[in-house]
Design a protein around this ligand. Sequence first.
Ligand SMILES: Nc1nc2c(ncn2[C@@H]2O[C@H](COP(=O)(O)OP(=O)(O)OP(=O)(O)O)[C@@H](O)[C@H]2O)c(=O)[nH]1
Ligand SMILES: [Mg+2]
Length: 556
Amino acid sequence: MLSVLLARARQNGTDGWESWDDAPDTPRVNGTPAATAAAVDDWRGDVQSLAASLRVGQSSFGSSDGSDWDSYYDEEKERCFLVGVQLKQQRSKHGYGVQESIEELGRLADTAGLEVVGSTYQMLDEVNPRTYIGSGKVQEIMSAVANTGATTVIFDDELSPGQLRNLEKALGESVRLCDRTALILDIFSQRAATREGKLQVELAQSEYQLPRLTRMWTHLERQSGSGQVKGMGETQIEVKGMGEKQIEVDRRLLKGRMARLRRDIEEVRTHRRTYRDRRAAAPIPVVALVGYTNAGKSTLLNTLTNAGVLAEDKLFATLDPTTRRVELAGGKAVLFTDTVGFIQKLPTQLVAAFRATLEEIQDASLLLHVVDVSHPNAPAQIDAVNRVLEELGVQNIPTLNVWNKVDACADPAVIRAVAARREQTVCISGLTGEGLEELLEKVSGKLQDSMVSVHVLVPYSQGELVDEIHRTGVVASAEFGGTGVELRAHVPLSLAQRLQPLRAQTAAAAEAAAANGAADDDEDEESLLDDGWSEEELALLEEEEAAAAAAAAGER
Ligand SMILES: Nc1nc2c(ncn2[C@@H]2O[C@H](COP(=O)(O)OP(=O)(O)OP(=O)(O)O)[C@@H](O)[C@H]2O)c(=O)[nH]1
Ligand SMILES: [Mg+2]
């Protein structure tokens, strides 16, 4: 249903074919013949302004058909040609189609500072184990490269070391080969800002390079000039020759470097863990913003908190988590954490590398799954994000679906109506501020759901606990008595556990205790129930305790 609505909401018609019957079998190679470009030289100014006006509101990656004159004349940038493959059995209803995936690859190339001059794709029953695509397609790419002046060919899927070698041989020395994984790794290495981020990316790059060392050599040797995608040759190893023996030496060097990187990462992580533990001791609930890259997570954090986080129309604008405090209605504080965006075909090395950074997500009390609901591929992006969340083992953390950029939808009213009918879904615009009040209300409600109710008597000598209950919980009543403050409140579980010694005795419980001759100091279920803990809360408490014990055992 959502996909139908989204299709209707599309502002720009995109794809050529919806079913396999419509799909062209051998798509034409797209490119800009040099001769044509020369012929239109005089029109250049007009075409450039036309191209610019067409691009308003879109990415700077204009068309995928190579008719991007603006870019054609950009002498500064490295020109690249994109190649995709659609496997017939892979085309699912919600999945990214090959054209959409190539368009996204184009945006990644743009982010990495490359100029896209053309693209092509092929539909296959299965990939060619030697060259990934068929030999006819390789020929087509060779002539497209000659026509467009491309110096780099980027494949939309990860190529095996053997496929890279064979394709490189076929395409010749003057063409640089790259795949989606190397491109994403390159963007990450350009953008990583913190020491931890940089170390993680370097480790991921090394893992990618290790089995491809021989081809990296040829790459490095040819790359003595300057190229803008340096991903594959980034690791600082001296390459002197090409003999097998030297390869072995370098493999060993690279492995040594990887071991050092792992140690350094562990050290940085230990520091961060200490910080997190400290934060956990003053339990302010953490709300993590997760979602597809470019969904608008940083914009939302900025609008909510003036965080000043870089938000831009680029993929992977954010790599390092930023955490900001937000006050909800009633003065309760929560921490909002912005995280790295996800993408379909996310390289496994990167999921693993960023697992540590993504611990921010694992610690969260609530996830906000931010979706660019104006994007034609929103359903596929939602699926891709859910898959990564599953991989990270956080699919059980309570989640609110945040449909962002409703202002950019062709028919916002329809989207709003659908969202209103769905559970746990809020429609917002991080840009205009629409829906943010409702969002914060829902956040507050969800957090309260995940809290337990307590009834405690806090002595005046422990006034700081009263502050903490007010700050992190929702207080139903507070009475100032002779010895302290009697509070009924909903608080986070960890605080509830610390408050257990201060449980207020109800009159009935006190009587029962007197009848038994002594207060029962066993924290058994009944006495907890007397203190106002519901059976459900007790079950929750037990569950959480068991989970915490299991997690602690796992860490050891
Ligand atoms: N029209 C519209 N544009 C938005 C909205 N929210 C964000 N954007 C735009 O979308 C682009 C991406 O926004 P970011 O906030 O950088 O997205 P992100 O999810 O942080 O992206 P990554 O850090 O790359 O994962 C920017 O150009 C924003 O201006 C919105 O509500 N409406
Ligand atoms: Mg961001």
